[in-house]
Design a protein around this ligand. Structure first.
Ligand code: MLT
Length: 313
């Protein structure tokens, strides 16, 4: 009967590898954070978690693919603030609804972002960059991971709040976007700390500001946007694992429990803190908390997008 089948499922899931869709190219912060968490959650589940990088359109292509996946517990999405929070306000024809088409499973810790410029750029600090942007409208080329990615959203927000016009250059992920800042093909970008920190040396890129409320221990001499040009400004990328609507609750619970256990491992979470990843109170990691957060963020970004007219297509 159905009852025995669902009991059998609950007792045996997962019986094969689980796929997590990362809707950006490999090598970016979402990919890096997802892989580090997947590796540990897989150990708890007793099955590999395979990362499927499906980039495009700021993460909305891979997200639409996840929304259409078979809801059997073997395909989930690595979601984040951009394509699961802001996208409904940015894309008129979005192929999914972040709330209606998904079940929230658990939330990752957050990552603040660092504004980095190519080492030869004349701007020596954030004020110098804004002055340059004011004198040279559209001549600041800022790379990002596509419309609706957090590197795009934060750049658009900061440019709009600072009253400058920049040229946003989209890539398939922040990984490739950062390569071109290091190579000097573009002038700068906002990248999450877990991938930005290792690149921040005089020889590669120069960090001008961070989006966190207070300075980061790893970048003591890099000011926050709030203390310099945008009083009160604070932003970080939030993430979470979502399953397509209809996925059996037993699968959601098992994956969530595995993660909550992993996040009690101080050695693991300590390594995250070293990357300036912002750990959250444990109750904020649950699927229920992620579901509430997603709904609140979809509403918040409608207001933000309307105020700063960063809606796009
Ligand atoms: C972004 O929002 O910019 C993404 O996190 C980029 C990425 O992870 O590749």
């Amino acid at each position: 009967t159905l009852a025995t089948a669902s009991l059998a499922f609950a007792q045996t899931y997962p019986i094969k590898p689980v796929t997590w869709i990362v809707p950006f190219a490999a090598g970016g912060p979402t990919d890096a954070l997802a892989r580090s968490i997947a590796e540990r959650v897989a150990r708890e589940l007793g099955q590999p978690i395979i990362i499927d990088n499906s980039p495009g359109a700021g993460g909305t292509v891979g997200t639409a693919k996840a929304a259409r996946a078979t809801p059997d517990g073997y395909t989930m999405l690595v979601g984040h603030m951009g394509y699961m929070g802001a996208a409904p306000a940015l894309y008129k024809k979005l192929a999914y609804d972040p709330v209606k088409d998904f079940e929230p499973v658990f939330r990752f810790p957050d990552t603040p972002l660092v504004l980095m410029v190519r080492k030869e750029h004349p701007a020596k600090d954030i004020q110098g960059l804004i002055d340059f942007g004011k004198k040279n409208p559209d001549k600041l080329f800022i790379s990002n991971a596509g419309v609706g990615s957090s590197s795009h959203l934060i750049a658009a927000l900061v440019a709009s709040s600072a009253g400058i016009k920049v040229t946003l250059v989209p890539y398939k992920g922040a990984g490739p976007a950062l390569v071109d800042v290091i190579g000097g093909q573009v002038d700068g970008m906002f990248d999450q700390t877990n991938t930005a920190l290792p690149q921040i040396t005089e020889t590669k890129v120069r960090a001008l500001a961070v989006t966190s409320k207070v300075r980061l221990p790893q970048l003591k001499d890099v000011p926050t946007l709030a203390e310099t040009v945008l009083p009160g400004f604070e932003a970080s990328t939030w993430y979470g694992i979502y399953a397509p609507k209809g996925t059996p609750k037993a699968a959601l619970d098992k994956v969530q429990q595995a993660y909550l256990k992993v996040m009690t491992d101080k050695a693991f979470t300590g390594k995250m803190s070293e990357q300036a990843i912002q750990l959250l109170p444990p109750e904020q990691y649950t699927g229920a908390a992620l579901g509430k957060h997603t709904e609140a963020e979809v509403l918040r970004w409608r207001v933000v997008a309307a105020k700063t007219n960063i809606s796009l297509d």
